[in-house]
Design a protein around this ligand. Structure first.
Ligand SMILES: [Fe+2]
Length: 400
């Protein structure tokens, strides 16, 4: 199917993507340039006129005074305004969970422990070192995460390895996505950073205009091939607070009546990255790749489990193709409300040092929870392997 390339902005009140703390997705966007660093840049340019035309490079460590208490300073965000990438080319995704051994014998090795967070959604694993998994173990990881939707692995060493080794681990699951607007560790654009140093007062100003920080979204679903098995590595986290909540879109689909399920099949919705890019541009931030829109099925099938999932999210789904404006708005609002309020198919993951959370971005959405006021840093690195172009399989009648 050809991608939708209309340039129209949505008329409905789309969820904002530019607030500083609402999303894992955008929380690391470049902040507006502050006056003092700008003055320093100006004086530096006078001394070195030959560098005037060089693209700007902003480094968080410079803006924190050249020193930092971050546990992993080499992971601090850098924004290189000279960094540009061409549009993605399609690629063939290999779904490693598809033929994985469902006994998980190469993943859940002797001494490991798997505990479910809720009956349908989320698990926690101890006694497994992800970086040491065999390929069979990685296949089983993809399947386990597809089944449980999100799994927190404790006591991991991925953050302590060289960044390239962490990337080498992640690329097994798919081509690395490079985020269009985020900061990255210098030299590693494939790493997407979530970074908040809450001393700045921005949390208070954000919550002055909203009642809650909750902002459900799936990551970068505007891409033709959005991410599948996705990793978030904690680097620094508040002792209490800053959890991430996940919602299970398979269960959200399962809760619908047969009549609504059947009607949703065959419909597609527009997922847009234009607002995210505009938000970054308006702040003087980077746009490393020009934004795109793509239409994806409202109900997608997971290639490993065969499960059907609602594939809409408040971050990027803008309208339903073929429906009139009011119809699209009301149906989308119903589906997003249904997902957001389903605490009986949600799970909340608490971070701890050396935790790695793995989720299947095809069948979940998530939200950061900004609830700490202790001034502690929250710093996470995402490895984001892309997966297949979303597809649907026909509605199957549940009539007996
Ligand atoms: Fe996210």
């Amino acid at each position: 199917m050809a991608p939708i390339v209309t340039e129209e902005l949505p008329e409905r009140a789309a969820p904002r993507v530019d607030s500083p703390v609402e999303q894992e997705e955008t929380s690391e966007q470049e902040k507006p340039v502050e006056q003092e660093p700008a003055k320093r840049e100006e004086s530096a340019e006078k001394e070195k006129p030959i560098e005037q035309n060089k693209p700007k490079v902003r480094r968080t460590i410079d803006e924190e005074g050249g020193t930092t208490t971050a546990t992993y300073p080499h992971y601090l965000p850098v924004w290189d305004h000279g960094e540009k990438y061409p549009p993605w080319e399609p690629f063939t995704h290999t779904e490693h969970g598809k033929d994985a051994d469902p006994s998980f014998k190469d993943l859940l090795v002797e001494g490991s422990k798997l505990q479910h967070l809720t009956p349908t959604t989320g698990s926690e694993v101890t006694g497994v070192q992800l970086s040491k998994l065999s390929n069979a173990g990685k296949d089983q990881l993809a399947l386990l995460v597809a089944q449980r939707k999100v799994v927190a692995f404790r006591d991991q060493d991925l953050a302590d390895l060289p960044i390239q080794e962490a990337l080498n681990f992640g690329v097994y699951f798919g081509r690395h996505h490079i985020h269009p607007t985020s900061g990255a560790p210098e030299g590693y654009p494939e790493i997407h950073l979530v970074y908040r140093n809450s001393n700045s007062g921005e949390f208070e100003s954000f919550l002055a205009n909203r009642n809650s920080s909750v902002s459900w979204h799936s990551d970068v679903t505007y891409e033709e091939q959005p991410p599948g098995t996705t990793f978030l590595i904690v680097l620094d986290t508040p002792e209490v607070g800053g959890d991430t909540a996940f919602v299970n879109h398979v269960e959200a689909y399962n809760r619908l009546s047969p009549a609504i399920k059947e009607r949703l099949h065959g419909l597609t919705a527009v997922h847009s990255g234009f607002e995210q890019a505009e938000s970054s541009r308006s702040r003087g931030g980077v746009v490393r790749r020009e934004p795109v829109k793509h239409s994806h099925p409202l109900v997608r099938t997971h290639p490993a489990t065969g499960e059907k999932a609602l594939f809409v999210n408040g971050g990027f789904t803008r309208s339903i193709d073929g429906l009139k404006k009011e119809e699209s708005e009301y149906l989308l609002k119903f589906l997003l409300d249904h997902i957001a309020r389903g605490i009986d198919y949600q799970a909340r993951v608490r971070w701890a040092p050396k935790t790695v959370v793995v989720w299947d971005n095809r069948v979940t959405s998530h939200s950061a929870i900004v609830d700490w006021v202790t001034g502690e840093r929250r710093h996470l690195a995402r490895i984001t392997p892309q997966a297949e172009r979303p597809y649907e399989t026909p509605y199957v009648s549940e009539a007996k």
